[in-house]
Design a protein around this ligand. Structure first.
Ligand code: NDP
Length: 483
């Protein structure tokens, strides 16, 4: 049974102890609905149900699990238009991005459906005569998934799909400002052939219900995406129970534009990388490190393209950038605009609140120039449609600047030199490196994650996810003496 707005606990849709209203950031007169906030008791019930259901699910045959994941992914892809519209309505990204996100989320499920059949261990001879060794992966147990609002469906899916694939139960705490996408995905999962309690949706404030979840000794692994400070707090809670933890947090991604770059390409990559998703991507190009030989021409083209970038209602045709997600995020963005100016950066365009036909959280995309890498706008994750140009005199200076950050998620170079591209790929201190491609936008069948303050724990996505969602068992078998 579908019951929009409720939590899904132990196989039932249940009302919470309170409700929050979900407003469309493109049009604050449009209410997406009221959404339940779970109580601590409800979370405890979800944990108990998950503990019991996990054993049943782990005992399902491989093809039965595969069929469940396939059905979820196939339905999401088929309903990408409808679910993408809901996502864009509550999060504010343009409809094409919302639809694309739901379709991609479906692909995570179909990918991991196939992975259900590819769980192949290792075997070896022992150093002891007559003994053989079998090494295989087992589920970790109950997994807590704490996800952010900026990719409300895709981020959750790249965690939920492998968690289920490898035989685990899930408690999902989505971001509290994008609950509709969470309920929609849960509704699809709830109709599958899964044990009651295997999958639970627990909505509510992160610092309350989320905190209680990550402190629970009944959770065996926590996968988190969000901010650095919350991530550090979660890691501190997890260690109390020695709970396995994996975190993807902030970033300060750089796109280096070299003197031999195709400038049209470079501007296109910078524009999409900086302002796609209203700049609210962990892979956003927030630092544009540009060789002095092409700096002025690049800035001129970038500013012209930025000024032409169409800001509007997420669901209106032609919109290239929607509103930011919330009043709080908008206020923080405006504070960064003021900070940048006070640090001496020159705002070439944008960075202003916009009055639109609909009352929403609109601002214009902004470009700072004359910035240095030690400015706070170039060191802190702004999560805003704001980008900074940093002028450099050489490739070596560009690479050093790319790496001069506490973060390390993605970086890119725009160059026609194979030597520089190769050197950059090997020496950029980021988990993802791109050449003549945007810093944002990754595939689903290969590892994703960063280094330094951007990520902690083992990689997500692709086969790499098995490391987190399983534990390894090494069995020694003596065949005995043949009779
Ligand atoms: P948070 O880190 O606050 O939230 C991420 C998730 O964690 C949400 O589900 C949140 O719930 C939950 N959460 C918050 N506090 C706790 C807690 N103590 N224990 C358990 N779970 C908790 O990020 P925000 O969404 O508030 O965004 C703030 C900033 O974080 C952004 O401006 C951006 O800089 C960064 N961010 C980075 C992302 C990335 O991909 N790199 C993604 C999202 C944010 P709730 O929604 O209820 O608060």
């Amino acid at each position: 049974m579908t019951d929009l707005g409720k939590n899904y606990i132990a196989g039932d849709w249940v009302a919470g102890v309170a409700e929050v209203e979900n407003l469309n950031p493109s049009d604050l007169t449009d209410s997406v609905g009221m959404f339940a906030q779970a109580s601590g008791d409800q979370l405890d019930a979800a944990l108990d149900a998950a503990t019991a259901a996990q054993k049943e699910w782990a005992a399902y045959g491989l093809e039965r699990k595969q069929a469940v994941l396939n059905a979820i992914g196939t339905e999401m892809m088929a309903r990408a238009e409808e679910l993408g519209t809901l996502l864009s309505r509550e999060e504010g990204k343009p409809l094409a991005e919302g639809k694309g996100e739901v379709y991609r989320a479906g692909q995570f499920f179909t990918y991991y459906a196939a992975e259900c059949l590819r769980q192949i261990g290792e075997n070896a001879d022992s150093v002891r005569d007559g003994v053989e060794i079998d090494v295989r992966r087992e589920p970790v147990g109950v997994v807590a998934i704490v996800s952010p609002w900026n990719f409300p469906t895709a981020t959750a899916s790249w965690k939920i799909a492998p968690a289920l694939c490898y035989g685990n139960a899930v408690i999902w705490k989505p971001a509290n400002i994008t609950p509709a996408s969470a309920v929609a995905l849960t509704e699809i999962i709830s109709r599958q052939d899964i044990p009651k309690g295997l999958f639970n949706l627990v909505m509510g404030a992160g610092r309350e219900i989320g905190q209680r979840l990550v402190e629970s000794p009944k959770v065996h692994a926590i996968s988190f995406t969000g901010s650095l400070d919350v991530g550090k707090g979660i890691a501190a809670s997890a260690i109390q129970n020695l709970t396995k933890v994996q975190m993807e947090m902030g970033s300060k991604n750089a796109l280096a534009v070299m003197d031999d770059a195709d400038l049209e390409l470079a501007v296109g990559l910078a524009l999409g990388g900086a302002f796609g998703g209203t700049g609210q991507k962990c892979t956003a190009s927030s630092r544009l490190i540009v060789h002095e030989a092409v700096h002025d021409a690049f800035v001129e083209k970038l500013v012209a393209s930025t000024q032409a970038f169409k800001v509007g209602h997420a669901l209106e045709a032609g919109t290239q950038m929607g509103p930011v997600v919330s009043a709080q995020q908008l206020a923080e963005n405006m504070a960064y605009v003021d900070l940048g100016k006070s640090e001496g950066a020159e705002l070439m365009c944008g960075g202003a609140r916009l009055d639109m036909p609909h009352d929403g959280y609109y601002m214009s995309p902004g470009v700072f120039v004359n910035t240095t890498n030690d400015m706070r706008i170039n060191r802190e994750e702004m999560f805003a449609p704001l980008t900074s140009v940093i002028k450099v005199g050489s490739y070596d200076e560009a690479l050093a600047t790319v790496n001069d950050t506490n973060f390390g998620l993605t970086s890119g170079i725009v160059t026609q030199s194979l030597a520089r591209a190769t050197h950059f790929r090997r020496n950029a201190n980021t988990g993802v490196v791109t050449v003549n491609l945007p810093t944002a936008g990754t595939d689903y069948h290969v590892p994703f994650g960063g280094c330094k303050d951007s990520s902690y724990g083992s990689r997500e996505q692709g086969k790499a996810a098995a490391e987190f969602y399983t534990r390894v068992k090494t069995a020694y078998i003596s065949a005995g003496v043949p009779s």
